[in-house]
Ligand binder design. Structure first.
Ligand SMILES: [Zn+2]
Length: 94
């Protein structure tokens, strides 16, 4: 089985893989432009907070979106329209 992940590449070339994300195309919401967001737990925020910077906001809900992480989320990440985001197909671990 394959599933779709979201690959974020920072301006400095650091990458983070998310296995859960919301991708809203322009016109689907009140946003004028594409909107992509996902959730982050405390420990992933410690790990990736510096890379994500001001994209992180408090009050995340449900589960952390980082690939392989099942912690409850404490933050959410609002990506910028200028961010380098790619949807990649990944094989599920058995
Ligand atoms: Zn996490």
């Amino acid at each position: 089985m394959m599933h779709k992940d979201l690959l974020f590449t920072s301006p400095k070339g650091k990458t983070i893989l998310f296995d859960d994300f919301v991708w809203e195309e322009a016109g689907e919401t009140w946003h004028d432009e594409r909107s992509v967001w996902c959730c982050l737990c405390r420990s992933c925020h410690k790990k990736y907070g510096k890379i994500l910077g001001s994209r992180c906001h408090g009050d995340g809900q449900s589960l952390c979106s980082v690939d392989g992480c099942m912690n409850n989320a404490d933050y959410y990440v609002d990506f910028l329209t200028t961010d380098n985001l790619k949807i990649v197909e990944v094989e599920d671990d058995e």
